[in-house]
Every structure is written in C-alpha cells, then in structure tokens.
Write a protein that binds this ligand. Structure first.
Ligand code: FAD
Length: 283
C-alpha cells in the first residue's frame, strides 16, 4: 500500500481546434477572422462561438484582439451581463491522484458541466499485494493530520489496520460465498467463478475501507463549470484536500487560458495552506 501526503492534478486532455475545419468554415462563408491566430486554442474557439452569435467578423468586428474580445464577452471590462455560456464549449480533462473518497464525494456534487470516472472498489484489488504493471492501493493523509509526527503516524497506522481488517473480511466473505452458493457457482466456468466471487466479496468488504482511500478520479469540466468549482472549492471555507486540488486546477487554467483565468489571488489560509480567490463568482 502507498501512503499519500498530497493530491496531484494532471491535465491529460483539452478541447483543441481542427484548423482545417475552422478555416474552411470561415472561407466557405466569406468570413474574415479579425484577430490574431496565435492566442490559446480554447480562447480562439470561444471567440469563434461568440462571434457566430452576431456574425461579427471582418469590418463588423468590434474587438481588435482575442483578449479584448473575451473581456467584452465576459464583462471583465464593463458592468452588465456576461455571456459566459459561450465558455461551456471548451472542456479540460484532469486525472486527480492522492485524494481520497471524501474529495470525490464532494466533487461529484458539482453536476452542471462535469463528467466523472472513478476507480472502482469492486473491480480493483485492495486485498492483494501489488503485482507488476498494476496499481498499488493508496491512502491519503489530510494536511491537518500531518502537523506532528505523532498525529501522522497514528493516521498511517489506522490505514494499515483498515487494510488488514478489509483483507480478513474479504477472505471470510469469499469463503462463505464459495461454500453457500456452490450450485450457483457450478453454472459458471472456473475463471468466471473467480471473477464473480472477487467482485461480490470486494463489494461487501469495501465498507471497511476508510474515506481516505485514494479514489483516482478522472474528471472533465467545461470552462464555466471549472470557474464555478474553483470559486467554491479553492476558498478558505473548503476542506483542505479539495482546496489543494482546486488551487492546482486554478494554476493550470491560468496557464492554459490566461485571457480568461486572470486576476486570481493566492492568499495563505489560517492553517498555512494556500487558497485561490477568483475575481468574481461566475462567468
Ligand atoms: C464549503 C462548502 C461546504 C459544503 N457543505 C455541505 C454540506 O454540509 N452538506 C451538503 O449536502 N452539501 C454541502 N456542500 C455542497 C453544496 O451544497 C453544493 O452541492 C456543491 O457545492 C455544488 O454546488 P453547485 O450546486 O453550485 O454546483 P453545480 O452542480 O456545479 O452547479 C453549478 C451552478 O449551476 C446552477 N445549477 C446546477 N444545477 C441546477 C439546478 N438543478 N437548478 C438550478 N440551477 C442549477 C447553479 O447556479 C449552480 O451554482 C458544501 C459546499 C461547499 C463549497
């Protein structure tokens, strides 16, 4: 088993431009692209979808560059309503490791604009030692349990004990299924029996796994949803583990779409960790 002390967010994918189709759309419809072509692809796509609403190309284009266009679209440079719905066209794909099922339980409350795929506690092995090429179960120690060696060591010992208890329960449940459901198992091929018992026994034993069990979450959000979730989850009121995930997400987004994710502040929280404060609540 692995003991994990901090989460890590990987950006593994994002919405890209198909230059051929993008340029063919403009050329076939006699539309002149009015701004630079080297701004980030996500920002250029948002500009394309936004300009489409008023057909504001060529001479009709008000903003001379991508950043001015986005400032205007999203109301960064003026009072009044923002047209943030256009940012929903662009998505970013993340893998989050080193964060537990407490994190994922909070994350999946964000319904609008997000998609999730999470490591299964029925199909993954928590009862076996690591095998070559497979994954080794992780358990996450939250920041406030790392303030002293004594607290951290206690936490880690609890994780080890939980795995021992889980493994024993898994063995007993597997044995009982094998003994009590012989007739049902006899209808299956040997390999199928093994898979069936494992899945059923893991499903029953998993309630003994702690909330700190690493979840490994694949999550995809559109830009508007990501903004909203940074506001809620990177602030001081958020739980420190999910806050750290969202501080990392904020830094990724700042780099990826600097014309949108700007003016973010990173103050220090009461517990010495960092938060991220967005310039406003929604786009
Ligand atoms: C610090 C903190 C503490 C929390 N504590 C608790 C707690 O104790 N118990 C608990 O149960 N939850 C708690 N939550 C979760 C919280 O109540 C929300 O469920 C979660 O933050 C998702 O927020 P959201 O609804 O804005 O998210 P999303 O689902 O991401 O929605 C984004 C936005 O879309 C709009 N929207 C989405 N769905 C609808 C809809 N059906 N109808 C209308 N508009 C919609 C809203 O404007 C919403 O803000 C907590 C959250 C935070 C940040």
């Amino acid at each position: 088993m692995r003991i994990l002390r901090e989460p890590k967010v990987y950006l593994v994918g994002k919405t890209r431009i198909e230059e051929e189709g993008f340029n063919a759309f403009l050329a076939d419809n006699d539309l002149l692209w009015p701004t630079e072509t080297d701004s980030p692809e996500g920002q250029r796509l948002i500009e394309l979808f936004g300009r489409n609403c008023y057909m504001s190309y060529g001479q009709k284009a008000g903003s001379p560059d991508n950043e001015t266009y986005l400032n205007n679209l999203l109301g960064f440079n003026r009072p009044g309503i923002a047209h943030g719905s256009v940012t929903e066209h662009i998505s970013f794909n993340f893998m989050v490791v080193g964060a537990g099922r407490g994190f994922t339980h909070e994350q999946v409350r964000h319904r609008a604009g997000w998609a999730y795929s999470q490591l299964s506690t029925r199909y993954c092995d928590f009862e076996r030692e690591k095998e070559d090429g497979t994954w080794d179960p992780g358990f996450c120690v939250p920041p406030l349990a790392q303030l002293s060696d004594e607290a951290r060591e206690h936490y880690e010992a609890c994780f080890r004990l939980a795995v021992v208890n889980y493994t024993k329960a898994y063995a007993l449940i597997s044995r009982d299924i094998r003994e009590k459901f012989k007739d049902h198992l006899a209808t299956m091929a040997t390999r199928q029996q093994q898979t069936f018992i494992r899945k059923a026994a893991r499903g029953a034993a998993r309630d003994l796994l702690p909330i700190g069990t690493e979840a490994i979450l694949g999550m995809t959000g559109n830009v508007r949803a990501i903004w909203n979730t940074i506001v809620l989850r990177a602030g001081e009121a958020a739980e420190p583990q999910i806050r750290e995930v969202y501080v990392q997400v904020a830094r990724i987004m700042e780099k990826e779409l600097p014309g949108i994710f700007k003016g973010i502040q990173y103050p220090t929280c009461w517990d010495g960790t960092t938060c991220a404060v967005m310039p406003r609540d929604k786009v």
